[in-house]
Ligand binder design. Structure first.
Ligand code: FMN
Length: 187
């Protein structure tokens, strides 16, 4: 028994919001794992105009939006944002950047004073500039260490991968990360 660390109560799930963007459900699977560990409100971000089903068309549209600084309007609105202290924000890496809809989200909601926790899936090239952009777009929030894992490779026709051994491995990594950043209660 550790006599140094005082017992810490888990976060009240009413204060936890988990928002995510996911096209092929890998980031969604990570969001569900976080939800399993933390409870809270889980919200999938939806756009007013969804991206095309075609991968290449989406890549091109995203590149144009990034270049123009276009913020696609969101269909999803968060009710009672003020009740949340900890906001998890999940997204895939798109064009080695933060996806435009997440830029829209950070632009339109006031997260000042809250703790933000980014999480990500990608095709193996990492988070790119996405975590740094979350920080830049939420200057009045406390940003905790993010979580990232390898998801699908849509370019090569690899869509959803969070099943079987991979799913178990990522769930274990998610628990270890939540523990490390001190968001799980200790007994
Ligand atoms: C438009 C688009 C751009 C992408 N760009 C990248 C990239 O730059 N680097 C990378 O590692 N993966 C990239 N990917 C792959 C996704 O990040 C990866 O498949 C991720 O797991 C998808 O998450 P999701 O299943 O939640 O949509 C891209 C996917 C799409 C659709």
């Amino acid at each position: 028994e550790d006599q140094q660390a005082p017992a810490k109560a888990p976060l009240d799930p009413k204060k936890v919001l988990i928002v995510y963007l996911s096209r092929t459900n890998n980031t969604k699977a990570v969001a569900n794992m976080i939800h399993r560990a933390m409870g809270g409100t889980l919200v999938a971000l939806e756009l007013e105009q969804p991206y095309p089903a075609n991968y290449q068309a989406t890549v091109q549209q995203v590149a144009r939006e990034n270049e123009a600084g276009y913020l696609p309007p969101l269909h999803t609105k968060i009710a009672n944002l003020q009740q949340y202290d900890v906001v998890f924000i999940g997204f895939p890496t798109w064009g080695m950047q933060l996806p435009p809809p997440i830029k829209s989200f950070l632009n339109e909601v006031d997260l000042s004073g809250k703790t933000l926790v980014p999480f990500n899936s990608n095709a193996g090239y990492g988070v790119g500039s996405s975590f740094a952009t979350v920080k830049a777009l939420a200057p009045k929030s406390t940003i905790l260490e993010g979580f990232s894992t390898r998801g699908g490779i849509e370019r090569d026709g690899v869509l959803f991968v969070m099943e079987g051994t991979k799913e178990k491995q990522v769930q274990t990594e998610v628990y270890a990360w939540l523990k490390r950043i001190n968001l799980l209660g200790t007994k």
